[in-house]
Design a protein around this ligand. Structure first.
Ligand code: PMP
Length: 415
């Protein structure tokens, strides 16, 4: 029997987060794994109290929409609770095909493929299209699932500093000069923590110059940006220059699942080659039915108003927080997104401020290292189209009153 002197479980006791976690639990300021007791609407029931939800990705507020619920219920009643197998063998239902057609129409691509989660869509695209010998050039702020896909592919990873086009150019030049395989650039269209938009116009020019393909993760852009809500690629007018687009149903589309949209040959290849698609069960019918219903609402006459409302609310919260003396991340090019991050800097202060807001009836997300660079802790607030102004005003009031007490106790917050 192997000796336990090199126990693989040893790391669970001494990991670097253990001390932080213990201290946060002891002080009862742990911002994670808090429990919802009802629907994820603009105001939620959470741990015995009502709290304004400024920490959700339900950007269009459609998770509680009657038509989306009906779509989920109809799928549940027609197909049952689960599909118990992969899309390949026994898990494809007509709703998947309808949804794939609807997404391809929406994105303006030849085809689309639906996955059980967005994380799997990224693993599938990157882990299958890239191979050892290829090079993948990724923004340092890209989502974890992108990094996982890159690692899975065993392609050479060249990361560049977040949104720095000089660094991207340098990475592409190095790849073109030194590497032998193909080159793929992969970026988030909207970055999930800071909420800023990738400069896709510049990125597409660099890709063309160096003969690289481009993939854009539209998880936070699709259902939010552009006249059709097709994402950052639409907003910035580069849809025809993006080779592959990824999206998720777990944000604006009020469900759970993911998609890739692109040319027929790429999607067809992924359909029969990607392990993250083939070797996992299809999403439950209710999830597919809900996403389809939500997408149809977005693509209906109601869509433009929903899109306008979420960005209006974001601008309102952004200005309101700034007026109350908070340091809010400013986005280059002034593109508003539903993500309105408040910079705190120090991890522990961020957690204490989170707790004070929680007690004042406002729930936000906390991003500390490694989700953000060291010393860049922030409170990630986000809005929905369904937040009304009195609710946002109440949240702003809570921010203002918490700030005064917090600064008296813990010193000034960044300005
Ligand atoms: N990409 C980005 C940018 C994301 O923010 C997320 C989810 N947080 C994902 C991919 C993964 O999507 P899903 O939740 O559908 O797995």
């Amino acid at each position: 029997m192997a000796s336990l002197s090199h126990d693989v479980f040893a790391k669970v006791r001494g990991h670097e987060r253990a001390e932080q976690l213990r201290a946060a639990r002891e002080a009862d300021v742990l911002p994670y794994f808090r429990t919802l007791e009802g629907p994820a609407g603009p105001v939620v029931e959470m741990e015995g109290a009502e709290r304004i939800m400024l920490g959700s990705n339900n950007y269009l507020g459609l998770t509680g929409d009657e038509r989306v619920i009906r779509g989920a219920r109809a799928a549940l009643e027609q197909y049952g609770t689960g599909l118990t197998g992969s899309r390949l063998l026994n898990g494809t239902i007509a709703l998947h095909l309808e949804l794939e057609q609807e997404i391809a129409d929406w994105m303006g691509t030849e085809e689309a493929l639906v996955f059980t989660t967005g994380h799997q869509a990224n693993l599938a695209a990157l882990g299958t299209l890239l191979a050892p010998g290829d090079t993948v050039v990724a923004d340092s702020g890209d989502h974890a699932s992108i990094l996982d896909g890159c690692l899975l592919s065993r392609a050479k990873l060249r990361a560049f500093r977040h949104n720095r086009m000089d660094k991207l150019e340098r990475a592409l030049k190095k790849a073109a000069d030194n590497d032998d395989g193909g080159i793929l650039v992969v970026v988030d269209g909207v970055f999930s923590m800071e909420g800023d938009v990738a400069p896709l116009g510049h990125i597409t020019q660099l890709c063309a110059r160096f003969g690289a393909r481009l993939m854009v993760d539209e998880a936070h852009g699709a259902g939010v940006l552009g006249d059709r809500g097709a994402g950052a690629s639409e907003l910035l007018g580069v849809e025809d220059r993006v080779d592959l687009r990824m999206g998720t149903f777990s944000k604006s589309l009020a469900s759970c699942g993911g998609f890739l949209a692109g040319s027929h040959d790429v999607i067809d290849f992924l359909r029969v080659q990607s392990r993250a698609f083939l070797f996992t069960a299809a999403g439950v019918p209710a999830a597919v039915g809900a996403a389809l219903a939500a997408l149809r609402i977005l693509r209906s006459e109601e869509g433009p108003e929903l899109l306008a409302r979420v960005l209006d609310n974001a601008a309102y919260l952004h200005h309101g927080l700034r007026e109350r003396g908070f340091k809010v991340v400013e986005h280059e090019g002034d593109h508003m997104t539903p993500i309105v991050p408040v910079i705190v800097g120090d991890d522990w202060k961020a957690v204490l401020l989170w707790r004070a807001l929680f007690d004042a009836g406002v729930f936000v997300n906390v991003a500390i290292h490694p989700a953000v660079p060291p010393g860049g802790a922030l409170l990630r607030t986000s809005v929905m189209a369904t937040h009304d102004r009195p609710t946002l005003d109440r949240a702003l009031g809570a921010f203002a009153s918490v700030k005064a007490d917090f600064e008296a106790q813990h010193g000034p917050l960044p300005v």
